[in-house]
Design a protein around this ligand. Structure first.
Ligand SMILES: Nc1nc2c(ncn2[C@@H]2O[C@H](COP(=O)(O)OP(=O)(O)OP(=O)(O)O)[C@@H](O)[C@H]2O)c(=O)[nH]1
Ligand SMILES: [Mg+2]
Length: 213
């Protein structure tokens, strides 16, 4: 059992340090690629660190575009991992971004929800939560939707470098307790920092495990 975990962790490390390439950007579902590989999607409020986490996981500085201004990612962005192709990572627009024009926010919301609900190739969603803020009402809406559609997801705390250890422990426990009550949430919770690399190796292993399911 222990050996299996170590083997999987090593396979994940190798996979994520090997070939990874941007495939395409889809502004609507019409343009998404054929579902030829297992997919893992990154969801969460604007500015929570979705694109940064994708870069940290893949050890690349600017594979996915990041920015201090919420609303950076405006389309579904697909990244091919492995040669031959083993899985696809999907960076998505953020939800809960009040400053953008309302129609735009609505369009992103529909795009993200329709994708998450209707994609057979989607093996797991990662729902990112800012360690400084914990789960917000808009995160619960997404979790409700995923629970309703029986799409498995992991909650992932981001920006762990921005809070004190004791604060992180508190938000970690509260988030884990809430995940435990959710039918489609995976019980394992991750506290990550794209800045320091904390939790990144563990998350890589979980992603590979989900893709192989
Ligand atoms: N300190 C710290 N800053 C981070 C971390 N992750 C992301 N950031 C910063 O947070 C800001 C937003 O990061 P993004 O990765 O662009 O966030 P996003 O969720 O993709 O945002 P949208 O595409 O707008 O939805 C950037 O300024 C990042 O540098 C982290 O782990 N630690
Ligand atoms: Mg982004």
């Amino acid at each position: 059992m222990e050996d299996d975990r170590a083997e999987l962790a090593e396979a994940a490390r190798k996979l994520f340090s090997g070939p990874i390439a941007f495939l395409k950007s889809a502004p609507s579902l019409q343009f998404i690629p054929d579902p030829t590989a297992p997919e893992i999607a990154f969801a969460g409020r604007s500015n929570v660190g979705k694109s940064s986490l994708l870069n940290a996981l893949t050890n690349r500085k600017s594979l996915a575009r990041t920015s201090n201004t919420p609303g950076r990612t405006q389309e579904l962005n697909f990244f091919d991992v492995g040669e031959p192709l083993q899985m696809r990572l999907v960076d998505m627009p953020g939800y809960g971004f009040a400053e953008a024009p309302r129609d735009l926010v609505k369009r992103w919301r529909f795009l993200v929800n329709d994708f998450l609900r209707g994609r057979a190739a989607l093996k797991r969603a990662l729902v990112l939560i800012d360690s400084r803020h914990g789960i917000k009402p808009v995160d619960r809406e997404v979790m409700d939707m995923l629970d309703g559609a029986a799409v498995g997801y992991h909650l992932v705390l981001t920006k762990s470098d921005k809070v004190k250890r004791t604060e992180l422990e508190t938000v970690f426990a509260a988030t884990r307790d809430e995940a435990a009550k959710r039918p489609a949430a995976h019980p394992q919770l991750f506290a990550t920092s794209s800045e320091t690399g904390a939790g990144i190796a563990e998350l890589r292993t979980a992603i590979l495990e989900a893709a192989n399911q």
